[in-house]
Design a protein around this ligand. Structure first.
Ligand code: PMP
Length: 417
């Protein structure tokens, strides 16, 4: 259960957008897997940065520039602490999870993979963890394979075992499905991959914001996530790289700040992480991200996990009670992550989303950038609700009441369903 001091109603009061109305109704925001709302502290940190601290970083020697650089680097240290990385030198700032994964494909994949090698992903993956590998596979003649899911929406571990051949050089897997809220057995996957001498990239876009993360314990080789999904500003992503691999990787983009010396015939690179951060980075948003990390740390990531677990179990239970709804995934109350996908048995997901939207309830509908997963589920689209620290069981109740409105609009009496 959440700790005694955790009160989502108090938390809500920190989020100005959550007190606005939609169509004259209170906003019920259940789309945090897409992006989270921002607390006042983060919004203020961002505007204060521009008011008081703005200067380009890593360049100027005057105090304002040095202070701006310190704010940027301070966030790097905080990110390292947040994911329990012993060093911050292997924390690279990017624009988002997508860019972090592309960086690995470009700087590690292009250098180390050759024709005949294989990359193993899973049917859970978001397009961000498919498309860069597809592009690399076309460029390098590398084979891209995917681990299927079982009928009840779990990763098929027998198939994983079969597909993990000696040719697999990289396993790229999500820690938590953005569609089904399922956690593949990450520790087992990493152990098996390492025994096979394959590296492991973990897409942490949906796990790092929602539960404690310990990269050393996880023992992955790359971890990617986005600030905007964890109360931070848009335009900031993180890539953590195992230190032994970091120095072997080529730069991602070329330009200012990622070099040590430049002559027309020889260029030497800056040390990591700057080697991977060409040009002026998104330093203002990075500075404000530090406040989001403080906010989450203050709540405690275990508390975040427990709170969402309670909400997800409650929402799942209420959805499963309804004969008009199909829920996708294993449907285990205790294990449901912070996202739940479902469909109305008669009404299309887009209509469900539109009607709920008119009621002030924001959920996501569509393929959720996971078309192979939609194919595995044999549906073109699902409706998805997802939670964060500011959600309450009242939000779930409002959502469930909204579903009755859907039935009403479509003239579906309960007995007809
Ligand atoms: N992976 C997963 C599992 C996601 O849910 C998302 C965002 N929906 C991404 C990657 C991509 O994140 P971003 O758009 O911030 O790059």
């Amino acid at each position: 259960m959440p700790t005694k001091s955790f009160d989502p109603l108090k938390i809500r009061a920190d989020f100005p957008l959550l007190s606005r109305t939609m169509n004259g109704r209170p906003l019920v925001y259940l789309d945090s897997a897409a992006t989270t709302q921002k607390p006042n502290a983060v919004i203020e940190a961002l505007s204060n940065f521009y008011r008081e601290s703005n200067a380009n970083i890593h360049r100027g020697v005057y105090p304002l520039a040095e202070a701006a650089t310190a704010l940027y680097e301070n966030t790097r240290t905080k990110v390292a602490e947040f994911i329990k990385s012993p060093s911050s030198q292997n924390v690279i700032f990017t624009r988002n999870t997508t860019e972090s994964i592309n960086l690995v494909a470009h700087s590690w994949g292009r250098k180390f993979l050759k024709e005949g090698d294989e990359i193993l992903i899973t049917d859970f993956e978001h397009h961000a963890n498919i498309v860069p590998w597809y592009q690399l596979s076309k460029e390098k003649g590398v084979k891209l394979k995917s681990v299927p899911i079982t009928n009840d929406g779990q990763l098929d571990m027998a198939a994983f075992d079969r597909l993990l051949t000696p040719r697999v050089k990289l396993v790229a897997v999500t820690a938590l499905s953005n569609v089904l809220g399922v956690r593949p057995p990450l520790q087992k996957i990493i152990l098996m991959a390492h025994q096979n001498k394959s590296l492991v990239l973990v897409d942490g876009a949906q796990s790092v914001p929602h539960e404690p993360t310990d990269v050393a314990h996880m023992d992955c080789d790359f971890l990617a996530f986005s600030a905007h999904k964890m109360l931070g500003p848009t335009g900031v992503g993180v890539l953590w790289v195992r230190p032994e691999i970091l120095d072997t990787m080529d730069p991602f983009m070329g330009g200012g700040e990622m070099i040590s010396t430049v002559k027309l015939d020889t260029i030497t690179w800056a040390d990591a992480p700057l080697k991977f951060e060409a040009g002026t980075p998104n330093y203002a948003d990075v500075a404000a991200f530090s406040v989001a990390l403080d906010y989450l740390t203050h709540i405690g990531m275990e508390t975040v996990r427990q709170h969402e677990k309670t909400l997800a179990a409650y929402a799942l239970k209420r959805l499963l009670e309804r004969p008009d709804i199909t829920v996708y995934g294993p449907k285990i109350l205790d294990e449901q992550g912070s996202a739940i996908s479902f469909n109305h048995k008669i009404v299309h997901a887009h209509d469900v989303g539109t009607i709920l939207g008119e009621e002030g309830i924001a959920i996501r509908v569509g393929h959720h950038c996971a078309q192979p997963l939609m194919e595995a589920l044999h549906v073109p689209a699902t409706a998805r609700l997802s939670f964060y620290v500011y959600n309450t069981t009242d939000d779930v109740d409002a959502f469930i009441n909204g579903l009755s409105k859907v039935d009403q609009v479509f003239g579906l009496a309960k007995s007809a369903i």
